[in-house]
Design a protein around this ligand. Structure first.
Ligand code: PGA
Length: 281
């Protein structure tokens, strides 16, 4: 299975000039060369810039092997409306993104976003043909109390609601457009990122075998929801860097990485991508 390495740039960098400089550093690299590039066949790269840089970054990434994602979308409308400060799934897609991160723990922590709002956001993303990278993960306290799997089970429980809304949309509109969101093409439209909150930006990481067991649980839970979700990619996120990437990449349950801090330097981001590309080759 192809690996995914996704850079979550968060509220970085400070200027559009620096965003372009980061892209320059990524795109001059031989690893991405269209013919002999070592990454592109086995590892799909993606970056998620802040909303203000999205259109310029996605324009620059046209005709390159790197995909572009947003970090969030509006929960109020998939299109337009009186929702100050929001960007809709349609606007994000129009800006050139093909994916969006949803449910990141920083949205929950700093914006008090309830997890059930995600059913709406996911439905809006799929309606506008955006793929979804859904983040789940336990806090330090929940980890210490050995509640990880029950917390993840609860967070994943938004998915049946989304499947239900996809099924009813498809029935209502009798939608037979080839790329229309449907439960049948979920493996191309949905990625789960397991990110323990206590590992994000802290330098602390769970052991590879802990992550592996957790991913096994996530994959089993998805398969129990619907047979079509059996091959969904499950990525690990939280303090992934150039030094620890290869140990995560070597585990067959870990299909890639969602990378924050280390994605802000081309060298470390590409080293992580190379670790996954060679492990999954
Ligand atoms: P980090 O962030 O790699 O800086 O820990 C990961 C994330 O929040 O997606």
């Amino acid at each position: 299975m192809q690996a995914w390495v996704i850079g979550n740039w968060k509220q970085n960098p400070a200027t559009s000039h620096e965003a372009q400089a980061l892209l320059n550093d990524l795109l001059v690299n031989d690893l991405l060369a269209p013919t002999e590039g070592r990454l592109t066949n086995t590892c799909q790269l993606m970056v998620a810039p802040s909303c203000i840089h999205l259109a310029a970054v996605s324009a620059r990434l046209q005709e390159t092997p790197i995909l572009c994602a947003a970090q969030d979308i509006s929960a109020h409308s998939d299109s337009t409306g009186a929702y100050t400060g929001d960007c809709s799934a349609q606007q994000i897609a129009d800006a050139g993104a093909t994916w969006t991160i949803l449910g990141h723990s920083e949205r929950r922590q700093y914006h008090k976003e309830p997890y059930d709002r995600l059913v709406q956001k996911m439905a809006f993303a799929f309606k506008q043909n955006l793929g979804v990278i859904l983040c789940i993960g336990e806090t330090q306290e929940q980890y210490d109390n050995e509640q990880t799997l029950s917390v993840l089970g609860e967070q994943l429980s938004v998915i049946p609601g989304v499947l239900e809304s996809l099924r009813s949309t498809n029935v209502d509109t009798n939608n037979d457009t080839p790329n229309a969101p449907s439960i049948d093409n979920m493996t191309e439209r949905l990625i789960i990122a397991y990110e323990p909150v206590w590992a994000i930006g802290t330098g602390k990481v769970p052991t590879v075998s802990e992550v592996s067991r957790t991913h096994e649980y996530i994959k089993q839970t998805l398969a129990d929801y619907a047979a079509e979700l059996t091959d969904i990619s499950v990525l690990y996120g939280g303090s992934v860097n150039a030094d620890n990437a290869s140990s995560f990449a070597a585990d067959p349950m870990i299909d890639g990485a969602l990378v924050g801090g280390a994605s802000l330097k081309a060298q470390s981001f590409l080293a992580i991508a190379e670790a996954f590309a060679s492990a999954k080759a």
